[in-house]
Design a protein around this ligand. Structure first.
Ligand code: NDP
Length: 487
């Protein structure tokens, strides 16, 4: 087995450091169950060191001309792209995602974020407000030390989506990856140093939830940006509230994908596949409730099942593989329990539903699974599964499907397929979701804002919108005349 052992567990103050007093944990390759790295969780001493070094580096970094900060980020983007092969292999080991995905979706999307925010760093400006003979002006100041906490499905991308805007705005960051995927963020930390970032600007500390909680509670921290589940979001938001800290919450979803009778069926099937089985279904914005108009349900399902049967499940390092394992055995058990609930509650299993027979033992594989005849009240239609399970629901008319699509506590994303352009816009306007796609699904280029409404989150990542969430406005009133007083 390839070893992916990093030189030490944490990256703090510009170098790898270890503190063997921290609780040991193992990084497991999800395709085989083998241990590929052994690490230690951060002790309170490591956490303190990371925050103090971030605080120091932030002052130096914020004093640089923004164009110089941008140059460092753009250099880091170039390095990520040059090393895409090596970084993608590591990402595959860390997550189990097929190499055919990691080569195009992880380090590369991280590089896009660094390039984009590096490019706009010098254009983050305030405004001038005329007030008669007086005037006011605003500046956008950095917040200070930001904490980033990541989920395990896109470890490198999440680290970059948080670090790039934070750093472009003049902040420093301490990042805690998911305990299940500790490796990718360490590479980003190395690369930022190589690109010229000051030591301590971007630090990585390892550990589970309690390390995250300890980071957020530290008075040096100005902001926390979390990518994770709604229950974790509630805890992190509450902890941040205690210190009146800024937050960005990128949380879970149960997003609708609505397919009308006039849709291009082959494209809609492609979207449903991508929206449910890419990354073995472990994507927050997945369109897991596929509402298909009753007139085309039979045709749609036939094509969907036939194409899903062609999925190649197996060794993620084989470039031909397009479905890898889930992240852990616990996640696989959770998904199997949802599949059991789907069956027990009367949904019809069309394809998949179990562990593929021909996989190497030890891996956490599960078949792409399609349920037909799903109703809104079933567990599989209400709860986020975070696995390759597609629920097909049918509908008759527009008002009905919009009401049902919005009938969830989540509001991360939504999609609509139709050849009627007016209907596409009408539905997108009516859907309660932070991101809507018309005639495609799950494309999240850095140029467009991404984030949720309702329980799916607060704030936005990517695009210029992210600047709002990593800066604070200072207003300066400038008086040009005398000061009047009543006495
Ligand atoms: P979790 O909510 O379990 O964990 C997210 C991160 O928070 C992990 O690093 C975790 O550490 C950490 N954490 C857990 N408890 C605390 C705490 N009390 N204080 C601070 N940090 C804490 O999510 P998963 O990792 O299981 O990821 C899956 C979830 O993430 C899904 O709900 C998915 O929808 C969501 N997600 C959202 C995205 C978005 O952009 N909206 C994108 C990707 C995923 P550890 O796990 O190491 O214990």
């Amino acid at each position: 087995m390839n070893s992916a052992q990093p030189p030490a567990s944490h990256f703090v103050g510009g170098a790898y450091i270890e503190d063997a007093a921290g609780a040991p944990f193992e990084c497991i390759y999800p395709a085989t169950g083998e241990v590929i790295a052994r690490l230690h969780a951060a002790t309170p001493a490591i956490i303190e060191r990371a925050l103090v070094s971030a605080n120091r580096a932030q002052k130096e970094w914020a004093a640089l001309a923004p164009v110089a900060r941008g140059r460092v980020l753009r250099r880091a983007a170039d390095i990520l792209r040059e090393r895409n092969q090596e970084l993608s292999e590591l990402e595959t080991l860390d997550t189990g995602k097929p190499i055919q995905e990691t080569l195009v979706a992880d380090a590369t999307s991280g590089a896009d974020a660094l390039e984009y925010f590096g490019g706009i760093a010098a254009s983050i400006t305030g405004e001038t407000i005329p007030l008669g003979q007086d005037f006011a002006f605003t500046t956008r100041e950095p917040l200070g030390v930001c904490v980033g906490i990541g989920a395990w499905n896109y470890p490198t991308q999440i680290a970059c989506w948080k670090a790039a805007p934070a750093l472009a705005c003049g902040n420093a960051m301490v990042f805690k990856p998911s305990e299940l995927t500790p490796l990718g963020a360490l590479k980003l930390a190395e690369i930022l140093i190589e690109a010229g970032a000051p030591a301590g600007l971007f630090n990585v500390v390892q550990g589970a939830g309690e390390v995250g909680a300890r980071l957020i509670a530290n008075p040096l921290v100005a902001k926390v940006s979390l990518t994770g589940s709604v229950p974790t979001g509630r805890k992190v938001y509450a902890a941040a509230a205690d210190g009146i800290r800024h937050v960005t919450m990128e949380l879970g979803g149960k997003s609708p994908l609505i397919i009308f009778e006039d849709a291009d069926i082959e494209n809609a099937v492609s979207a449903a596949i991508n929206a449910n089985f890419y990354s073995t279904g472990q994507i927050c914005s997945n369109g897991t409730r596929v509402f298909v108009h009753e007139d085309i349900r039979v045709d749609f399902l036939e094509r969907l099942a036939a194409r899903t049967a062609n999925a190649r499940i197996g060794d993620p390092l084989n470039p031909q593989t397009n479905v890898g394992p889930l992240i852990s055995s616990a996640q696989r058990d959770k998904v199997l329990a949802f599949i059991a609930a789907g069956r027990a509650e009367g949904a019809r299993l069309v394809i998949g539903g179990g562990i593929p027979q021909d996989q190497h033992s030890g891996g956490f594989f599960i078949e792409p699974t399609i349920f037909d005849g799903v109703t809104d009240d079933m567990t599989i239609a209400r709860e986020e599964i975070f696995g390759p399970v597609l629920s097909l629901l049918s509908f008759k008319d527009e008002a009905e499907v919009v009401g049902r699509a919005n009938g969830t506590e989540f509001g991360l994303a939504a999609g609509v397929f139709t050849s009627d352009i007016k209907r596409g816009h009408r539905i997108a306007a009516a859907l309660e979701a932070g991101t809507c796609w018309i005639n495609t699904y799950n494309l999240t280029p850095v140029e467009m804002p991404f984030g949720g409404v309702k329980q799916s989150g607060v704030g936005r990542e990517n695009a210029r919108a992210a600047i709002e969430h990593y800066t604070q406005i200072k207003t300066v009133y400038v008086a040009m005349g005398d000061v009047e007083a009543p006495y």
